[in-house]
Design a protein around this ligand. Structure first.
Ligand code: SF4
Ligand code: SF4
Length: 382
């Protein structure tokens, strides 16, 4: 098992315990790599452009290069006509085995789930993890709390497809509301067990969770609550998932909230309508404070299906100072990388998990993860 760590939480930060709908954006934004599109072209909902979902129907209003989550890319700005016109028809099927499941999921371009299924020759255990690693995020907990009936239904169906006798829902032992709701109906599903997991950082890594649950990593399929909810839409409803549950939190927001948003909505539109900043200067992190990355401006954030958490904190002036050779980065690193050496020699390590603990612990405020994980340098296996 890799090291797991109890993180100190910001007691002043509370996230409103409710999912707010942001289902009717004025615009969505789609990056493109070619010149096949023109202004005023009509786009139907549920089509894909370079694997980016068109989550509304409407006309292309603008085509220009923008900063799209820290990359400058040519992007379509699509104005919502609120008609939800879709020409995509996917026939819902009764699925009997893994092969049929894989073929069906390809219609929905659910490649992460397809890869997880393909990577296991023999699946003996199914675990649904509703664990939010980042302390600024509550997506998985909220999905389990709000959709526990749908989740149980689709787990039961998946177990039949994969010929499994048992499955486990793993949730943090602190998530009392979700635990209560699941316990209220779990009696009707004798083959689904609820396991409570300690609230420690990195417990949901596949090897850690399998160790904790005493399962073999080589034949255990772990799906998140979010993935299970997508499978509910796909398998039970025969629908493409056009929305995304995300947490927008941080100490520079009057209220931190969880939203159900259309994929590829801009953060600027949500902030303008449903969130209020305390100070105009901020530090923004996409996909979490520890694991995520820094973005300069709210205007540069588009909520793709890969974005799950946005942290907006008050701007802090952080000065980098000289390394004092304290060794804390090495001691805290869950995979024992010689972080300081990588940093000094500007090398990255394939083994880095991007967990951000080295940055979090460094008294000199050095941006270690940005080199060891994200740096485009020569690899070194320290
Ligand atoms: S981010 Fe830092 S602490 Fe985490 S695995 Fe990478 S080097 Fe180690
Ligand atoms: S934690 Fe920071 S100060 Fe300490 S050895 Fe690592 S890089 Fe140097």
């Amino acid at each position: 098992m890799k090291k797991i760590i109890k993180l100190e939480k910001d007691d002043n930060l509370t996230i409103v315990n409710q999912i707010f709908n942001f289902d009717d954006p004025t615009y969505i934004y789609i990056p493109i790599e070619n010149d096949l599109y023109n202004i005023n072209d009509y786009l139907y909902k549920n089509t894909y452009i370079n694997n980016y979902l068109v989550s509304i129907s409407g006309y292309i209003e603008e085509i220009k290069k923008i900063n799209f989550n820290n990359k400058i890319v040519k992007t379509l700005k699509v104005a919502n006509d609120y008609k939800e016109n879709s020409e995509v028809k996917i026939k819902k099927q009764k699925i009997k085995n893994k092969e049929e499941l894989l073929n069906y999921l390809k219609n929905f371009k659910l490649y992460t789930i397809i890869d997880k299924l393909n990577n296991l020759n023999n699946i003996e255990s199914l675990v649904i993890s509703s664990i939010d690693e980042e302390c600024y995020s509550l997506n998985e907990f909220m999905i389990l709390s709000n959709f526990f009936k749908e989740i149980m239904e689709v787990i039961n169906y998946l177990m039949k497809i994969l010929s499994l006798n048992n499955s486990i829902i793993a949730t943090k032992d602190t998530d009392s509301e979700a635990i209560k709701k699941v316990k209220s109906i779990i009696g009707t599903y004798p083959n689904i067990k609820l396991k409570l997991i300690p609230d420690k950082y990195l417990i949901s890594l596949k090897d850690n969770l399998c160790d904790y649950l005493n399962l073999n990593i080589n034949n255990t399929l772990i799906l998140s609550a979010k993935e299970i909810l997508i499978l509910y839409n796909t398998l039970i409803k025969g629908k493409i998932t056009t929305n995304q549950i995300i947490t927008i939190s941080g100490n520079n927001l009057k209220k931190s909230k969880i939203f159900n948003v259309r994929i590829n909505t801009s953060l600027k539109e949500i902030i303008g309508k449903d969130l209020e900043l305390i100070e105009q200067d901020y530090d923004l992190y996409l996909n979490g404070f520890l694991m995520g990355y820094h973005i300069n401006k709210i205007e540069d954030v588009i909520i793709t299906d890969e974005i799950h958490t946005i942290v907006i904190n008050k701007k802090r002036k952080i000065e980098e100072t000289e390394c004092i050779n304290c060794g804390a980065c090495y001691k805290i690193c869950p995979v024992n990388i010689n972080v300081k050496k990588c940093y000094d020699e500007k090398k990255y390590s394939k083994r880095c998990l991007g967990c951000g603990l080295c940055n979090y612990i460094c008294p000199a405020n050095l941006k270690l993860k940005e080199i060891v994980k994200d740096g485009e340098y020569e690899e070194k296996n320290y």
